[in-house]
Design a protein around this ligand. Structure first.
Ligand SMILES: Cc1cc2nc3c(=O)[nH]c(=O)nc-3n(C[C@H](O)[C@H](O)[C@H](O)COP(=O)(O)O)c2cc1C
Length: 191
């Protein structure tokens, strides 16, 4: 069998990098917090991931210029709101640099008072554990303190710069693959 050399280019610009990375499909979250005078703040964030089971850690990556990040850093805590496919408008709202992102948004306070956006799939209230440098972004590691209830709805997905939704029935990976997934919810010895 002859070896196949896949085509690749080391001479890429940031537009090409963005296009390549846009092939990776993610969910969408809104990361919220409160200002020093208890005003709600938040931004749309796709760079969210579950990081560790024990201890329960998550991560997200805000741009260093994000105004919400400086508020989160000051507060030392944030709430991850996982959006459903009915909340595309919420994502668009929190994804733009507006002053009044919370106008018209219904939210309830988490135990620490942070904004939980009504009808999100689930939420997790977290405290900042570590912040690492990630080029023009920060890599923020948070420790989950409180988890919200889970709604039976479909997730909002972000792919190639646009929104998508899943269709049921879902395709389930093979058992052997599932066992390596941090977020797999089957079985009794895993999450
Ligand atoms: C679907 C979606 C995903 C986004 N993901 C991120 C992200 O992971 N990190 C980030 O810094 N900005 C992300 N943004 C952009 C921010 O939400 C946007 O820059 C926002 O205006 C930042 O607001 P702020 O400056 O008030 O914090 C995303 C926007 C959208 C619409």
């Amino acid at each position: 069998m002859s070896a196949h050399t896949p085509y690749g280019s080391a001479d890429f610009d940031s537009r090409q990098f963005r296009t390549a990375m846009g092939q990776f499909c993610t969910g969408v979250t809104v990361i919220t917090t409160l200002t020093a005078d208890d005003q709600p703040a938040g931004f749309a964030c796709q760079s969210f991931a579950a990081l560790s089971l024990d201890p329960p850690l998550v991560l997200f990556c805000p741009q260093k210029t994000s105004r919400t990040w400086s508020v989160i850093e000051q507060r030392g805590a944030f709430c991850v709101n996982v959006l459903s496919n009915r909340q595309q408008d919420v994502s668009a709202n929190f994804g733009a640099p507006r002053e009044d992102k919370f106008s018209g948004v219904v939210w309830d306070p988490s135990p620490a008072g942070l904004p939980v956006i009504r009808h999100c799939l689930t939420w997790a209230e977290c405290t900042i554990d570590q912040v690492a440098d990630g080029g023009d972004h920060h890599i923020v590691i948070g420790r989950a303190q409180t988890l919200g209830e889970v709604l039976q709805d479909k997730p909002l997905l972000f792919y190639r710069g646009g929104y998508l939704s899943t269709e049921h029935p879902r395709v389930t990976p093979a058992q052997a693959e599932l066992e390596n997934f941090l977020t797999w919810t089957g079985g009794d010895t895993w999450l």
